[in-house]
Write a protein that binds this ligand. Structure first.
Ligand code: ZN
Length: 303
């Protein structure tokens, strides 16, 4: 018998690659400190665009095997982050990538967007009651940038946190568990603006990308005052970059910059930012938390 890690972190994401882009530094940092870090990914990302020409045959309009390939990419990324517990909601392929908002793929019967929120949440309740995380990370209500699967991942994660704590709900799924803190992925406007200014004032010329994205393209962009926690993942920066690069069909990494399939350069953040959506803040009023477990009873902050 091994004791469960005293700090347990659960992340809920829509597609393989979202975890590394949004939380790669946070995940690697906590994993390296001995916390139990678990990832639940809701779809295989079957509808993604494919960057490398030599892998174009995987695309949904050709062989349609991108989902299986992305399981391998995610596995490689988790190895880079030192995360050993990664699962797909309901098992791999249970929910299909819904594609961008408004596309016909939104209406597939197996699309995650078409899933009943309570039914999908019950699958996550089983994971929450098994792992008993003190901290849950997911997207804000807009899914960061409006992708249906990101919005749905938010809804399912928030509902599951609620239902997991409800003693009368599905007792067959395990003993009730209250997640102490729920965080949403965010990025502060000042930091994003500053990094894009660097990109535009010369850095772009040194990169293999033709153009820069806009600050408004960055998911979860908010006024600085909305941010309640910042996790300094600079010691995990190379692990984050390697994890992102492992998602080679989706991401091209170049130093502290990267591009998605649109080829537009954007900053890679090794300090990651959050908004506490549920639970008690572990920092005094007006100060940002520097540890997501701050103030959680029974956990010890490792310095
Ligand atoms: Zn995504």
């Amino acid at each position: 018998m091994t004791e469960p890690a005293d700090r347990r972190l659960l992340l809920v994401h829509a597609h393989p690659d979202d975890e590394s882009i949004n939380n790669g530094a946070t995940m690697a940092k906590y994993a390296s400190e001995g916390a139990h870090v678990a990832l639940v990914t809701c779809t295989l990302g079957e509808e993604g665009e494919v960057i490398p020409p030599e892998l174009a045959h995987l695309a949904p309009d050709r062989e349609g095997t991108l989902g299986a390939h992305r399981i391998g990419e995610l596995t490689a990324a988790m190895k880079e982050l030192g995360v050993t517990d990664h699962r797909f909601l309901g098992g791999p392929g249970r929910f299909h990538d819904s594609g961008m908002m408004g596309l016909a793929t939104n209406d597939r019967p197996d699309a995650f967007w078409a899933a009943d929120v309570d039914e999908a949440a019950a699958l996550l309740v089983a994971v929450i009651r098994e792992l008993r995380p003190q901290v849950l990370i997911t997207y804000d209500p807009h899914g960061g940038y409006g992708h249906p699967d990101h919005i749905q991942a938010h809804r399912v994660a928030m509902r599951a946190a609620e239902l997991a704590a409800e003693p009368a709900f599905r007792r067959d799924l395990g003993a009730p568990h209250t997640v102490a803190k729920v965080y949403w992925n965010r990025l502060p406007r000042s930091v994003v603006t500053e990094r894009f200014a660097v990109l535009r004032s010369g850095a772009l010329d040194t990169l293999p990308f033709d153009e820069a994205a806009e600050p408004g393209d960055v998911p979860g962009l908010v006024d600085d005052a909305v941010i309640t926690a910042e996790i300094d993942g600079r010691t995990a920066a190379s692990a984050k970059a390697a994890a992102m690069a492992a998602h080679a069909t989706q991401v091209t990494v170049e130093g502290p910059w990267f591009a998605l399939s649109n080829g537009k350069a954007q900053p890679l953040f090794d300090i990651e930012y959050y908004e506490l959506a549920r639970g008690n803040p572990g920092a005094p009023d007006g100060e940002r938390e520097t540890d997501l477990f701050a103030g959680v009873p029974g956990t010890v902050t490792k310095l």
